[in-house]
Write a protein that binds this ligand. Structure first.
Ligand code: ZN
Length: 254
């Protein structure tokens, strides 16, 4: 049944509580309520207008949050972000540059709160992408070999006492490992070590002479003055010369 404008107006028996427009409500509904709205829009707006400023602000915030967490909202936000990404990144960079201290303290605070989650996430990411990461790392290292080596050397020189102390402490705590490593090194480099030792003996190097001096006394390497080393070297040279003469050889030059 199609009603004309005139007929409809005649039928209207109540006004919208917000905009005052005439509307028709069946008697059964009139009994149940005293306030009516012409539309959902009027209903919602009226509800909103009843709130205090603070309540309204909170409601807006809640609505926005709810939207941002919904699938639709998420997609929309993502879309907007991707569209404006270059501008946003530029803006962020600018902000960080201008607010270095605040940015740093923000990051720190965020990290402190989310420490466990961040490290768990990083671990998970690493486990998942282990192979790719290794390949990338290797590629980067080969490409920047010189720079990296230089940086390491600089760092080592700058922090030498600290690093040596750390190493020493580690060695003390892991003496078994250190001994095992030394054994392994000796096993692998047996020939080279033997050749080095022979060279040290032949050339009467300082290290060799120090070893001989220490073997017969309780002093340590760093207690031995250069003068004593030189004297011991001359002494050893004499002994060798005597031996060669005894064997009927022609004495060697040094
Ligand atoms: Zn209305």
């Amino acid at each position: 049944m199609v009603m004309s404008e005139e007929e409809r107006k005649k039928r209207n028996n109540v006004e919208c509580d917000r905009c005052g427009e005439g509307i028709y409500r069946p008697p059964s509904k009139l009994k149940r309520s005293k306030v009516f709205y012409c539309s959902l829009r009027c209903h919602n707006l009226a509800q909103r207008e009843r709130l205090t400023d603070k309540e309204r602000k909170d409601a807006t915030r809640q609505t926005k949050l709810k939207y941002a967490h919904s699938a639709k909202g998420k997609a929309k936000i993502q879309e907007r972000y991707l569209k404006n990404r270059p501008v946003l990144l530029e803006y962020k960079k600018d902000w960080v540059k201008k607010n270095k201290k605040r940015s740093l303290s923000n990051s720190k605070a965020y990290y402190e709160i989310n420490k466990d989650a961040i490290s768990a996430k990083a671990k998970e990411y690493y486990q998942k992408n282990r192979v790719t990461i290794a390949v990338k790392q290797k590629k980067y290292n080969t490409k920047n070999k010189e720079v990296i080596t230089k940086k390491h050397q600089e760092y080592y020189q700058e922090n030498k006492p600290k690093l040596l102390a750390i190493n020493r402490q580690w060695a003390i705590n892991n003496i078994d490992k250190v001994l095992e490593m030394a054994r392994k090194y000796r096993r692998i480099n047996e020939i080279k070590i033997r050749a080095d030792n022979q060279k040290m003996r032949d050339e009467l190097q300082c290290g060799y002479i120090k070893k001989i001096i220490c073997a017969r006394s309780s002093i340590t390497f760093k207690d031995i003055p250069q003068l004593l080393i030189d004297a011991k070297r001359s002494h050893l040279k004499c002994l060798r010369l005597i031996k060669e003469l005894e064997n009927g050889q022609r004495p060697t030059e040094n």
